[in-house]
Design a protein around this ligand. Structure first.
Ligand code: FES
Length: 116
């Protein structure tokens, strides 16, 4: 049996997630225990768990700039590449997931480490 973790999930066509924005992929679709936010920053795509480790805010609603996302609730920032918390009030990093661009689409691999 092939799982979505192995094959990836096509979450958007290339161009559907504008630069500086994010797409929230619900847990029902990913099979993961949290929704996953797919970010587009500086021509690169990243994926982190969507729920901030500090509270209940959705990082897909956050501010994206310079390789980081800023939580919309209390302004903690997280590195999009590593998931590490960059400032208070968050002290715990975000889980990261592998994202690939191929065949004109953005593919998400829930639970897999990013390759780059
Ligand atoms: Fe994100 Fe508080 S909920 S910083």
């Amino acid at each position: 049996m092939t799982s979505t973790t192995e094959t990836g999930i096509r979450v958007a066509a290339l161009g559907d997630i504008p630069e500086g924005e994010a797409l929230k992929v619900e847990a029902e679709l990913t099979g993961h225990d949290d929704a996953i936010a797919v970010f587009h920053d500086e021509h690169t795509y990243y994926a982190l768990d969507d729920t901030c480790t500090h509270g209940r805010a959705s990082l897909s609603d956050g501010w994206i700039e310079g390789g980081e996302v800023e939580c919309p609730l209390h302004s903690a920032r997280f590195c999009l590449r590593t998931g590490e918390a960059q400032c208070m009030p968050a002290t715990i990093g975000m889980r990261t997931h592998r994202v690939e661009v191929r065949s004109g689409a953005v593919w998400l691999y829930p639970g897999q480490e990013p390759t780059g």
